[in-house]
Design a protein around this ligand. Structure first.
Ligand code: SAM
Ligand code: DTB
Ligand code: SF4
Length: 346
């Protein structure tokens, strides 16, 4: 096995990934941190904010999701948000220090008319001077091209879990459908954000296989969100036993080792993690978070708590190249750290 892990690989086997999971914890974290330092400022964390632009009444049956029409959850359905509300939200996120604004819609896939409305939102976010990301479900190649032409920076589409465990979680669209959308996004030049959820009752083998599926894509996603399942009352996964915290940290470390140049996002589930656990995740190679008190429908830590965590750990938010910063008085950004959106993760 390549011990320095310097060059991105796309030929991982599940056995190799499992061997990483099975390393003594200190060895795994030491190696992950070494790899992390080869490619990133270890104290810089990219900050995104999420907004649900269309909530609930989704026809899909994703067993973890508060927004599926098939489950009785507390989520109220909402129509597509007005443009002005998106603009207000993006300005507020920028003032809080986020550099990327991610908009999510509870769709299986967008219609062309819906896509046009989202494109207006992307333009508004770009005008405010933030990176734009959207997650709208499956896309055709033509739709991906329209998003690229609108200036979209990232498209989020998760593979969610291993191909083997996937049918236990979602039956209304297949794993291959997800790969098709990812290929459309990649081929038309939008940065790819793709990861998944751990803690859904999958095995360690599944976690290894999930990371192999991501790392063996033709190019690694630039952004890899690792979500800890948020157990939503009313969904089939609401009573899933909590994942052992060290296993989550191991998953982050293995993701870092297998996709050395990608931003690994410590994503959903941070309200169930204490500051020490989040610090371990950063040490394991996580270098991105969602900031803001709400994810799409679920709670996220308060901005104050994240500010305190960054201060305690000496972490600073990462500023992308060419980013136009918010005014100093309303930004929490103390330092400038540059990275380039190109070249890609590998
Ligand atoms: N409807 C679109 C789709 O599924 O592609 C976009 C939005 S969907 C909510 C985006 C991702 O959020 C999912 O693929 C899943 O990985 C993550 N997610 C949703 N609910 C979650 C939960 N309860 N806990 C953790 N992650 C979750
Ligand atoms: C991702 O991987 N996690 C985000 C984002 N991509 C769209 C969504 C997390 C959703 C958590 C549950 C909720 O808010 O409903
Ligand atoms: Fe719908 Fe996305 Fe939720 Fe699945 S994850 S039910 S596609 S909103």
């Amino acid at each position: 096995m390549n011990t320095t892990m310097d060059t991105p690989r796309h030929d991982w086997t599940r056995e190799e990934a499992l061997a990483l999971f099975e390393l003594p914890f200190n060895d795994l974290l030491f190696r992950a941190q070494q790899t992390h330092r080869q490619h990133f400022d270890p104290n810089a964390v990219q900050v995104s904010t999420l907004l649900s632009i269309k909530t609930g009444a989704c026809p899909e049956d994703c067993a973890y999701c508060s927004q599926s029409a098939r489950y009785e959850t507390e989520v109220e359905r909402e129509r597509l948000l007005p443009l002005e509300e998106v603009a207000r939200s993006a300005r507020a996120a920028k003032a809080e220090g986020a550099t990327r604004f991610c908009m999510g819609a509870a769709w299986r896939n967008p219609t062309d008319t819906q896509l046009e409305r989202v494109i207006e939102m992307i333009r508004v976010v770009k005008d405010i001077g933030m990176e734009a990301c959207v997650t709208l479900g499956m896309l055709t190649r033509t739709q991906a091209e329209r998003l690229r032409d609108a200036g979209l920076d990232y498209y989020n589409h998760n593979i969610d879990t291993s191909p083997e465990f996937y049918p236990e979680v979602i039956t209304t669209r297949g794993f291959e459908d997800r790969l098709d959308t990812l290929a459309h996004v990649r081929e038309c030049g939008i940065h790819v954000c793709s990861g998944g959820i751990v803690g859904m009752g999958e095995s360690r083998d599944d976690r290894a296989s999930f990371l192999v599926s991501l790392a063996n894509l033709p190019r690694h996603p630039e952004s890899v969100p690792i979500n800890l399942l948020v157990r939503i009352p009313g969904t089939p996964l609401s009573d899933t036993p909590a994942l052992e915290p060290f296993e989550f940290i191991r998953t982050v470390a293995v993701a870092r080792l297998m996709m050395p140049r990608s931003h690994v996002r410590l994503s959903a589930g941070r309200t169930d993690m204490n500051p020490q656990m989040q610090a371990w995740c950063f040490f394991a190679g996580a270098n991105s978070i969602f900031q803001g008190e709400r994810l799409l429908t679920a709670a996220n830590p308060q901005a104050d708590a994240d500010r305190a965590l960054f201060d305690t750990l000496g972490i600073h938010p990462l500023i992308p190249d060419g980013y136009s910063e918010a005014t100093p008085e309303d930004s929490l950004l103390p330092r400038k750290v540059h990275f380039s959106l190109t070249p890609s993760a590998g």
